[in-house]
Design a protein around this ligand. Structure first.
Ligand SMILES: Nc1nc2c(ncn2[C@@H]2O[C@H](COP(=O)(O)OP(=O)(O)OP(=O)(O)O)[C@@H](O)[C@H]2O)c(=O)[nH]1
Ligand SMILES: [Mg+2]
Length: 486
């Protein structure tokens, strides 16, 4: 089976085309002008695809807009597309698609409708299972961009308060029996993990002879991690604990911080601030600064039981120091600053709008030549990409996704059936034009975004989330509201 999708790139030996529907293809000329052509005039052609699944050019651009807020508005998006096409040569495009996607030109079966008067009877729609499959693919892509799980290594002398610190910031990820039984367990690293964060907790660093052995152990542990070709398995951040009340920085501390770890990824956490005197704090700060550790990477803390001093600051600094793809999951994992978590959700609005704008523009381009109502389903893959990207952005994980996003996705199929669109927009007639295609997509995007934001915030506040009943009536409200905003 071959899977075509909106914007799939077709090539007939002379011209390159955007697949719009089984009936219509866009062709593009060097100057960037776009023409609509009947599919049967364009055929025979091949399709850029990976194992029978077409790659879609507008989706590639949507993806690009998702990673970087590159496009400020839809005009800019259109301009970029045209600029790109103006400069493209077929060979370059072929190379690029090969490099980005591993795509090759494949033979596809495109069942071109023969009789014009068949138009209203046979609906070009996607199977629900296909829709869900497409959604999952796009969702996983989006998660790869926003939702990666960071690995944080917590290292320091035994009893320096590592486990207590992790517990203060991340909550119950650390089992209770891991705190303060006074005896170091065997030398090495314990791993505590959940779906949001993975903590490597060092154990067994004791003063004396064991220091050297521990250092060797740690060096090979870190080296093995950092040599993994998959950066997701690297250590992304180190919290190095020094017990404040001990008022001493050892050579072993400094060797680990400066030579074994990458100093740029280390935050030095001086623990037990509640039982550390001011003079001790000053002396420690001096010693660390003299050793070349930047002051802004040194934080004084106490654990939750002692008032959780400095923990919010440590959380914020960690968030900033983590690579971007790992920040969201960390923010979601931390339990010390609920306001910061909610703010982080609100801060996603800009990115969400870029995702929606890209989809609206692509949909409007699709409607530049009016699409027969019975073909309106060609907009579905675009909208699936949009919804999946939004779900990824707002961190709706597996279970929540099934509950929150699937009703939209499944309903899309229904809404884009000609009969539903007519119910939605009674005056529409028999075609979907650029404005309607863009507005439908934009309204859908706004509707979904608002819901996903509510769900994400409700989750943080520990409220239960009511399932959204998504139907034509409700959607019509959003459609009208969105149209007014425009
Ligand atoms: N006063 C005070 N005590 C603390 C603080 N943090 C940890 N402790 C106590 O210090 C002891 C050691 O804490 P842990 O968190 O188990 O230290 P650790 O570094 O994980 O120790 P190991 O797992 O043995 O390497 C426990 O009795 C904690 O209750 C703090 O901020 N203030
Ligand atoms: Mg411990």
């Amino acid at each position: 089976m071959n899977r075509l999708r909106f914007g799939a790139l077709l090539y007939n030996g002379k011209e390159l085309g955007f697949y719009l529907s089984h009936r219509v293809v866009f062709t593009v000329y060097g100057s960037g002008t776009v023409h609509a052509m009947a599919m049967h005039d364009f055929m025979p052609c091949k399709v850029f695809a990976v194992n029978g699944v077409a790659v879609s050019f507008p989706q590639a651009l949507t993806t690009a807009a998702t990673i970087s807020d590159k496009f400020k508005n839809s005009l800019e998006f259109v301009k970029k597309t045209l600029e790109f096409l103006e400069n493209f040569s077929f060979e370059n495009l072929e190379k690029m698609l090969k490099k980005w996607y591993g795509a090759e030109l494949e033979n596809f079966i495109i069942p071109v409708p023969v009789q014009e008067n068949n138009m209203q009877t046979e609906e070009n729609t996607m199977e629900e299972s296909e829709v869900i499959k497409e959604f999952n693919e796009k969702y996983n892509e989006a998660r790869g961009k926003f939702g990666k799980r960071p690995n944080i290594l917590v290292c320091g002398y035994t009893g320096s308060g590592k486990s207590s610190l992790v517990k203060a910031i991340l909550g119950n990820i650390v089992p209770d029996d891991a705190i303060g039984d006074g005896r170091p367990k065997t030398m090495g690293y314990d791993c505590y993990e959940n779906e949001l964060v993975c903590i490597w907790d060092s154990k067994g660093l004791e003063s004396g002879e064991a220091e050297e052995e521990f250092t060797i152990h740690t060096r090979s542990f870190v080296r093995e991690k950092q040599q993994d070709p998959n950066v997701d398995n690297h250590i992304h951040l180190v919290w190095y604990t020094i017990q404040g009340s001990g008022a001493r920085v050892t050579d072993c501390d400094l060797n680990l911080i400066r030579n074994i770890f990458n100093p740029e990824h280390v935050i030095v956490v001086v623990t037990k601030a509640d039982v550390t005197r001011e003079s001790q704090k000053k002396a420690l700060m001096e010693a660390l600064k003299n050793a070349g550790i930047p002051e802004e990477h040194i934080i004084f803390t106490s654990d939750a039981e002692s008032g959780a001093v400095g923990c919010k600051e440590l959380m914020k600094l960690s968030y900033e120091m983590l690579p971007e793809a790992y920040r969201d999951a960390f923010m979601e994992a931390q339990r010390i600053d609920m306001e910061a978590r909610i703010q982080a959700i609100h801060d996603k609005e800009g990115k969400a709008k870029a995702i929606i704008t890209a989809a609206v523009t692509a949909a409007a381009a699709a409607g530049a030549v009016p699409i027969p109502l019975s073909d309106a389903a060609v907009l579905i893959p675009l909208q699936i990409t949009m919804i999946a990207s939004l779900a990824g952005l707002y961190g709706l994980r597996e279970e929540a996704v099934r509950q929150a996003a699937m009703p939209f996705v499944a309903k899309l199929v229904g809404i884009f059936a000609a009969s539903s669109i007519l119910k939605l927009l009674p005056g529409l007639g028999s075609v979907v034009n650029a404005t309607v295609a863009g507005t439908l997509t934009g309204a859908m995007g706004m509707f979904v975004r608002r819901n996903f934001e509510d769900i994400a915030i409700a989750k943080i506040e520990g409220r239960s989330v009511n399932p959204v009943f998504f139907d034509v009536e409700l959607f019509r409200k959003f459609y009208d509201e969105y149209k007014k905003q425009k």
